[in-house]
Design a protein around this ligand. Structure first.
Ligand SMILES: [Zn+2]
Length: 477
């Protein structure tokens, strides 16, 4: 009878609820550098090349703000030489940027970008790396630092990826041109400017600067730098383990759709209008990152939600989770779920067609003995055989374990949300403090000058940026 089937289903669900273990940080840095590390920061786009303009943003200006903050922060470390490909809003080809990096004998070029997706539904941070070794492995080890940082901020981690173009070369020009000149390079896509999950991370100059400082910290960790000014020392940090070649290749080069997305009925509460389904999915190479659902048979879909446990950095994701849907009254839902991987490729599930319209009309207790789909223990027939009794006990235990695991997940999700809120509050506080300090500085400045002139002041800071840029250029020659 269906009691036994239910017990089997619960057992299967329990077994599927296992996490793929995360990779340990336990390797040496693969890249070798001289005594002094030479870093080039490349603010993406510029001049007539605006970058993304979604949501009233202008990527070329955002990248410059982040890059300048990254530059300032990196100067606080010992044993590093830092350059910018541009400090002005000007056109510059990708080849020119790579050539500049080569001319200063850069150990690494970091290209700074902000993202937007065609459907405005993707969110999170990602790092694009060159396709071929050793640049792919350097990129992976740096990407691990950068994305670990972003994950701590509460951003979804979309992964470290490659994108092939023509003739077996990299699709992204800045990677292709840099690698051609033997300069290791990555593209850092900080977050999506056109999606609500990410909007709070890039909606002010101060937040763009904070991301730049995070980038600097990732660079410092990657190269194992130390700074007495910041009181940090990363010299004995461990680099990310690139694991076995096949694993890394699969992670960096996955471009196939998720292999599976499947849904099955768990429970329906017609009075509350709640439909509970079990969703399972798999993507053996890049992992699962998002899902969306439709209750009208696939005509319209919800926005994307994070796939539980989904982490583009490790490829980990939960094999199966419980999805609770609010069903409006009067609807007979036909549910379809889409599972997406880190390459934004989606796979659609089987449809689940509700046998009844929501809400289920209240009815006398005795009129529905056998048609009850919901396999609650009390709905089972009275006379148990011994085996059925045993199964009931096992099933009950499993149900308790499952609900405890679900509760744990909810707690973890809450903690993540709280962490993000705390981060945003910290930003607000830091911004306020910085503003105050800036006011004070300006006041002091105007006092010194006796004739305050805001315009002159801002001109001066611009020159200051430029002169530092040339200064570090000269140091090298
Ligand atoms: Zn860009």
């Amino acid at each position: 009878m269906n009691l036994r089937r239910f017990a089997g289903l619960m057992l299967a669900a329990l077994m599927a609820l296992s996490w793929i273990p995360k990779r340990a940080m336990a390797a040496e840095l693969l890249q070798e550098t001289g005594e002094k590390v030479v870093v080039v920061i490349d603010p993406g786009h510029g001049g007539s090349n605006l970058g993304t303009t979604a949501n009233g943003h202008e990527e070329k200006s955002m990248t410059l703000v982040t890059a300048l903050a990254m530059y300032d922060e990196l100067l606080l470390y010992d044993g590093i030489e830092v350059y910018l490909t541009r400090t002005q809003d000007k056109d510059m080809t990708l080849k020119e940027r790579a050539q500049f990096a080569e001319s200063v004998e850069a150990d690494f070029l970091f290209s700074i970008h902000y993202n937007a997706s065609e459907q405005h539904d993707a969110y999170g941070a990602e790092v694009w790396v060159p396709m071929h070794a050793p640049y792919s492995t350097y990129g992976y080890q740096f990407g691990y630092e950068a994305l670990t940082n972003f994950r701590e901020l509460g951003l979804l981690v979309r992964g470290i990826k490659t994108r092939p173009g023509e003739k077996g070369l990299d699709y992204y020009g800045i990677l292709r041109e840099s690698v051609a000149l033997e300069v290791p390079a990555v593209i850092i896509e900080h977050c999506h400017v056109d999606e609500a999950h990410d909007a709070g991370f890039c909606d002010s100059e101060e937040k763009l600067q904070l991301l730049g400082r995070r980038d600097a910290a990732a660079v410092a960790r990657y190269f194992g730098l130390k700074s007495s000014a910041l009181n940090v020392d990363y010299s004995d940090r461990e680099a990310a383990d690139t694991g076995d070649e096949a694993w890394l290749n699969a992670l960096l080069n996955a471009r196939t759709a998720p292999e599976l997305c499947q849904i099955s009925y768990v429970d329906a509460d017609y009075e509350e209008g709640l439909l509970t389904l079990s969703v399972s999915g798999s993507d053996s190479d890049s992992g699962l990152l998002y899902y969306s659902y439709s209750i009208d048979g696939g005509e319209t879909f919800s926005g994307r939600e994070s796939w539980p446990g989904g982490d583009g950095l490790t490829g980990a994701y939960q094999k199966e989770f419980t999805l609770m849907l609010n069903i409006p009254p009067g609807l007979r839902p036909v549910v379809v779920v889409r599972a997406y991987n880190g390459f934004d490729i989606g796979t659609e599930s089987n449809p689940y067609e509700s046998p009844m319209i929501f809400p289920f009309p209240p009815e006398p207790e005795d009129s529905r003995p056998e048609q009850a789909e919901d396999p609650e223990p009390e709905a089972a027939p009275e006379k148990f055989e011994d085996l059925d009794m045993l199964i009931a006990i096992v099933m009950f235990t499993i149900a308790i374990v499952l609900s405890m695991m679900l509760a744990l997940q909810i707690v973890e999700a809450k903690r993540r949300k709280k962490r993000r809120q705390r981060y945003l509050q910290n930003i607000e506080r830091e911004i306020a403090m910085e503003k105050e300090a800036a006011d004070r500085r300006r006041y002091r400045y105007s006092q010194n000058r006796e004739s305050p002139n805001g315009r002159q002041y801002s001109r001066q800071t611009e020159d200051w940026g430029r002169s530092r840029y040339y200064q570090s250029r000269n140091e090298d020659g």
